[in-house]
Design a protein around this ligand. Structure first.
Ligand SMILES: C[S@@+](CC[C@H](N)C(=O)[O-])C[C@H]1O[C@@H](n2cnc3c(N)ncnc32)[C@H](O)[C@@H]1O
Length: 457
């Protein structure tokens, strides 16, 4: 089967590695996802185990398409009766890139009519449409001269792991679970290293980390679209799922004892939410520590060096009140200045107390390194939904390294002055005097960015 797994943009290469490790053949990266070949068992495996994919789509038809009639022809050529019954409900969605077709709605209708006609002819009855909870979902992907039709084998998007209660989460701006898993992978976090999320919100990063460490397949507590397709093999699925349950049970208790995962949030309601989510996600035994607190004042729970992976808020008030509690009535009207001050305080705390830690911050704000007063050692372009973001990585110097760096910087400065070079050839910014915007930068910044670091700008 030809399969395609879309994912958050920026995570394609990691997803290709993940799918390759599952044994898929002919894995090809394209913008926004990964194409690969696999059988029905592979469809089950990727849906159940991928931490990064948003869906798994199974190609069922493709052909030349320059107008609606040609789209109808491609869609009528698909043996829909092999995949669904006429008693099941259907939904069609279309996306297009440079397609000459004028209306996506019209394209949806053409595909839907073709499915309905074909089922009526072969089964004598027609399926009905359900856009909210369809049994079978069809995706049409239109390009300039070509239409490709896919069956969705996932159902709900795969970032929905099954443990989050949608209603309770309103207003928290949680990360999508597959993006959170991608951040942990990009950060290179491994379970032996302490992990801290000082803006943990509902606990998404903590839960993804614990599930990764404990080998818990992310899809164990949810259903999938492929279970409703006619050619689904329930015995094979039960075996694949059973194997994943056994693996999680075997690995669990020993690994859990060695984990050090901590979440901090200034909002007590968020911490309560995280606590409930951790239980529902089956990682209550992973010893995740949670506390209400201000990210700018937090200290490592374990002697480092460890890893911080986090996404602080942007555009809402994040400074703590004197009693350490957030001020809810002020939370959505924060000025940029308040945000900058909060980030500067966070940066000072990192430099004072997190020497030797590797800090990874997802932000849509390009000015983040300047606000923190730390130069990034690497940045990776990512998309949080439609929002362009960067995962900034900061390698916070420990005291000894910083002092050695200061001495080296001073010696270089003295040499340049002696050689009279200071006037004619000013020192590069990172090695020169701290700028007003980044007072602590000079002591922290590496003299040159590392080679090969992704730098999409
Ligand atoms: C964008 S949300 C993080 C969402 C989280 N990654 C998740 O998936 O649920 C930012 C969080 O930072 C918290 N926060 C704001 N200011 C803070 C501060 N000074 N210290 C700690 N947490 C803070 C907010 O309460 C909010 O829960």
């Amino acid at each position: 089967m030809l399969l395609f797994a879309p994912c958050p943009r920026g995570l394609e290469a990691l997803l290709a590695d993940e799918i390759t490790a599952m044994g898929a053949a002919a894995v090809r990266i394209s913008p926004g996802g990964v194409a690969f070949d696999g059988d029905a068992a592979m469809v089950c495996q990727v849906n159940l185990r991928s931490r990064l994919a948003s869906r798994v789509l199974r190609q069922v038809g493709a052909g030349r398409c320059r107008d609606e009639d040609e789209l109808g022809r491609v869609a009528r050529g698909v043996p829909w009766e092999q995949f669904m019954t006429s008693r099941q409900t259907l939904r069609v969605d279309t996306t297009a890139v440079r397609s000459p077709l004028r209306s996506l709605n019209f394209a949806n209708l053409r595909v839907k009519d073709a499915v309905v006609d074909r089922l009526r002819q072969t089964r004598g009855d027609r399926p009905s449409i359900d856009t909210r909870r369809p049994d079978v979902r069809v995706f049409a992907f239109l390009q300039e001269q070509q239409a490709t039709l896919y069956l969705d084998t996932s159902g709900e998007s795969l970032f929905k792991r099954g443990w989050r209660r949608e209603r309770e989460d309103k207003g928290l701006a949680p990360l999508k679970e597959n993006l959170a898993a991608g951040l942990l992978m990009l950060a290179g976090w491994t379970p032996e290293r302490p992990l801290l999320d000082p803006y943990c919100g509902s606990g998404t990063l903590l839960i993804e980390a614990a599930q990764m460490a404990l080998g818990i397949a992310p899809g164990l507590s949810r259903a999938f679209g492929f279970e409703r397709l006619r050619d689904h093999d329930p015995a094979q699925w039960a075996q694949i799922r059973g194997e994943a349950i056994r693996q999680a049970q075997q690995a669990g208790p020993t690994l859990a004892a060695r984990l050090s995962i901590t979440g901090i949030d200034i909002d007590p309601a968020a911490i309560e939410q995280a606590r409930r989510n951790i239980e529902r996600a089956g990682v209550g035994g992973a010893g995740i520590r949670l506390a209400v607190g201000d990210a700018a004042r937090v200290s490592p729970a374990q002697p480092g060096p460890g890893v911080i992976v986090t996404n602080p808020p942007y555009g809402e008030r994040i400074a703590a009140h004197q009693d350490g509690q957030p001020a809810p009535e002020e939370r959505n009207d924060a000025s940029d200045e308040t945000h900058r001050q909060a980030m500067a305080a966070f940066g000072r705390g990192l430099k004072e107390r997190f020497g030797g830690w590797q800090v990874n911050v997802l932000s849509s704000d390009r000015e983040l390194p300047r606000q923190l007063g730390i130069r990034e050692s690497r940045k990776t372009l990512l998309y949080n939904g439609a929002l362009e973001c960067r995962l900034f990585r900061f390698d916070v110097f420990d005291r000894a390294t910083r002092e050695a760096h200061d001495r080296e910087h001073q010696a270089r400065h003295d040499r340049m002055r002696e050689a009279g070079a200071a006037r004619s050839d000013p020192a590069p910014a990172a090695a020169g005097k701290p700028s007003a915007a980044a007072p602590a930068d000079a002591a922290q910044a590496p003299l040159r960015p590392p080679r090969g670091a992704p730098s999409p700008d």
